[in-house]
Design a protein around this ligand. Structure first.
Ligand SMILES: [Mg+2]
Length: 381
């Protein structure tokens, strides 16, 4: 079998899909994207495609090595995301060729269902309580919320207590048998995070995410030491070597993104590395259907998996939705807040190719917002 063609599709709300075709008619799908940089990644995918066309798609690891290391300069979100999408598509082809789901190729299922969390929004405690109650009603056993909007470098008393009151509101609705996670989104300085983390301890979050920016991973150990709650990070780390210092710092949960961190091949290795640090894996996935499908293949085959992020029906996906691009929506149906095991070959979904082709290029590329502090200086989003 030979790879004959690689196509890409930029689709709303902010995703890029790739389609890898073979001379035997087997087609694989991937989702190579960095949010806000879809066009840049698209160019990288087509550059990398030169390494694949005419080759045997079953040599996934060899392709990963050549794509990742073959151009001397390596790493970073754009290249690692381009590789990630193509890697997903190669695994999809391998599974479809052999007639088995990818997680069977990875050693078979280690669990029967995968716990997922849902995002909740709301600026005020009452809004959070309502949003959490709606997700509990929908059957979810866990939710995630942002800690704050724009945050001063050293938060005021009212800014910090506002975060705590929203966490308290979530805990009150959830009770002791459900969970919430809270995402600092890299908006906090180290000092600010160290002040806030102990205040959140009584609300017992499942984990606190990105308490500091990934470029301060060398400070993470200091933050973890001040945190009486589990710390998570990883959506902006792109390889085993990126993740290693975070693991050494004592985090509890690592969150590689299947579309950013080198795909199924590298996330599997990150999960295995994390296992040696007794760290759990919660794949980051605010993205589209192929990324979610790839995440589930990892979730079902990874012993130290914790919980899966997903964005089905989420408020910030305007113009299109995860389910708009799949034929078989049943794969992504929740059962008491869990995904059931996908049994179809490859990534386990059937991409709605007509819908993807129709949507391609239909909207301008999404851009991350630029926030400012009150004094006009740049603020982290
Ligand atoms: Mg996050």
């Amino acid at each position: 079998m030979q790879i004959t063609r690689v196509e890409t599709f930029a689709v709303p709300p902010r995703w890029l899909l790739c389609r890898v075709e073979t001379d035997e008619g087997v087609v694989g799908w991937g989702e190579p994207v960095v949010e806000g940089r879809a066009a840049t990644v698209r160019t990288a995918v087509h550059e990398l495609a030169e390494l694949l066309v005419g080759r045997d798609p079953s040599r996934i690891e060899d392709h990963w090595q050549v794509m990742t290391r073959g151009s001397f300069y390596r790493g970073g979100p754009v290249l690692s995301s381009a590789v990630a999408g193509l890697d997903q598509a190669l695994w999809d082809i391998a599974g479809k060729t052999l007639g088995v789901p990818v997680h069977v190729l990875l050693g078979g299922p280690v669990r029967d269902r995968v716990r997922a969390y849902s995002w909740v929004g709301g600026d005020e405690p009452a809004e959070i309580a309502d949003a959490v109650a709606a997700q509990v009603e929908a059957g979810f056993t866990a939710v995630k919320m942002n800690a704050s909007g724009r945050m001063n470098r050293l938060g005021t008393v009212s800014e910090l207590s506002h975060v705590v009151r929203r966490a308290e509101a979530a805990r009150e609705v959830l009770g002791p048998d459900r969970d919430f996670a809270i995402d600092f989104h890299g908006r906090f300085t180290r000092a600010n995070a160290r002040r806030l983390l102990p205040l959140l301890a009584p609300t017992a979050p499942l984990f606190v995410e990105e308490p500091v920016l990934p470029e301060y991973t060398h400070l993470l150990g200091d933050v973890v030491a001040a945190a009486p709650v589990p710390v998570a990070t990883g959506e902006r780390l792109y390889s085993r070597t990126d993740v290693l210092p975070a693991l050494r710092s004592g985090i509890a949960v690592v969150q590689p993104d299947l579309s950013h961190a080198g795909g199924i091949s590298e996330v599997r290795r990150i999960a295995s590395l994390a296992e040696t640090f007794d760290v759990l894996v919660a794949p980051h996935c605010p993205l589209g259907p192929v990324s979610l499908a790839a995440s589930l293949q990892i979730a079902f085959s990874t012993p130290n998996f914790l919980i899966q992020e997903q964005s089905i029906g989420i408020h910030y996906n305007s113009g299109a939705e995860v389910l708009d691009y799949v034929v078989d929506r049943e794969v992504f149906r929740f059962h008491e807040g869990h995904f059931l095991r996908p049994t179809a070959p490859g990534l386990g979904i059937e991409v709605d190719e007509r819908a993807v082709r129709r949507a391609d290029g239909g909207t301008p590329d999404w851009r991350g917002p630029v926030w400012r502090h009150d004094d006009g200086s740049f603020a982290e989003w």
